[in-house]
Design a protein around this ligand. Sequence first.
Ligand code: NAD
Length: 491
Amino acid sequence: MSAPMSMKYGRVRNYYDGKFVESNSAEWLDVTSPLDGAALSQVPMSARAELDAAVASAAKAFETWSKTTIKERVQVFFRYRNLLEKHSDELTALISEENGKTWDEAKAEVEKSIELTEFACSMPQLVSGDILEVSKGVECRVEHFPLGVVASIVPFNFPLMVPNWTMPNALVLGNTMIMKPSELVPLSAQRMAELLKESGLPDGVFNIINGGKDIVENICDHSGIEAVSFVGSTHVAKLVYQRSTNALKRCVALGGAKNHLFVLPDANPAMTASNVAASMSGCAGQRCMAASAMLAVGDVDPIIEKICDEARKIVPGKNLGAVISKAAKERIEKFISEAERDGAKILVDGRGAKVDGKENGTYVGPTVIDHVTPEMSVAREEIFGPVISIMRTETLDDAIKIENENPYGNAAAVFTQSGGMARYVMEHASAGMIGVNIGVPVPREPFSFGGWNESRFGSSDITGKSSIEFWTKLKKTTTKWNPESRTNWMS
Ligand code: NAD
């Protein structure tokens, strides 16, 4: 079936055995650009048989890929890294078009994908095993082995970067992969497959199956898949974690977030204001590391005024991108209206934002809500839009209590000039990633990314050194070659 004439790109295809394959699905979803509502493509809701074909292709490729040395495998990724750089502008445009980000934000996503690939290229230096003479003449060695066919299920908010959180590390470590892109942004992953092929990745090592809930459930259940990594909302992360571990797979599932910023009266006003405004509004607030709640400890009114000044400089369609869909825009605006109804004060109001010439774009302006109380929905739930909810507390301990009681635990940050206060928050915040005078405390490579509580299920982080434990299994071999060596209960 050919694509309707008005669609900018052809229909999204599945990719396995090194080939793009048109799905025979009867169900296709439209892919539109949040920037202006333009029709981009259509994505299939693939059937189980198509997943089976992809798993078969990945299983066949695993037989040879897992037997190459890691030093050979990274050669592919040196080339892939260079292709990401070579096609940076084209990838930036595609990310922006399908996700709604600004050019600069999409560019940063490409740059981050390059950094992630560089980390994967350093893997030979990180996974050399251990060896020790454990008793006289007896040696124990530990080596990392790949798991087999693994799966990576990814969300809409980083169409290129999140796939590159998992794919380069998993593949360099000898696994083969099935990726399930977000049905809202399936195009960047297609381009990624083309670049991997051009880099010389053998057919079947990387595969894509498109779809939604049903295909994710099939991935969790599939006996040919050894491990599942998931990034998305907490509700789905829990389902995926439960379902895939029930099928006896290993699973790491990253969920949603409600990140708290502690602002203390001694904080540097200008730096704090620009960091808070950038953290809440970057990628239109659709980052799992976005500041969503601000805990104003004591009198920080002058800083709040500056935050509002900074927020007013952020203009939809200029330095603020679109939110992913009409439904997302409505949901975010509903949160703001509920807060207003419940007695909070809207200091900067982003509802009803429009961009001239892009009437079908889905924009929400930056929104600052003051005098929020911990029971309000804007204080408790992930909004995933450019909105910050300010809660006032008298003491730092009161603020910490609010942060600790929130079920999420991705990130938290403190703004202060006091080392002691910063240290106190570092120790007491219940989150996996902490910033001190930094609004988006992403631990860059080689450090690993992952939250606590309901922001992550499973025992390892998803990137960095921690991911090595997830993507490999250890083999411990004990050897003795000297027959004269004494035998005792330890040898
Ligand atoms: P989502 O949970 O709706 O979708 C994620 C993936 O799950 C998609 O591939 C989707 O097709 C699939 N899916 C959706 N509903 C499903 C269901 N009922 N059963 C099985 N699979 C299903 O998430 P999203 O809206 O694409 O992304 C935004 C969310 O992701 C936010 O909550 C954000 O915080 C989170 N996120 C978290 C991190 C992190 O590191 N913790 C990073 C990025 C995004």
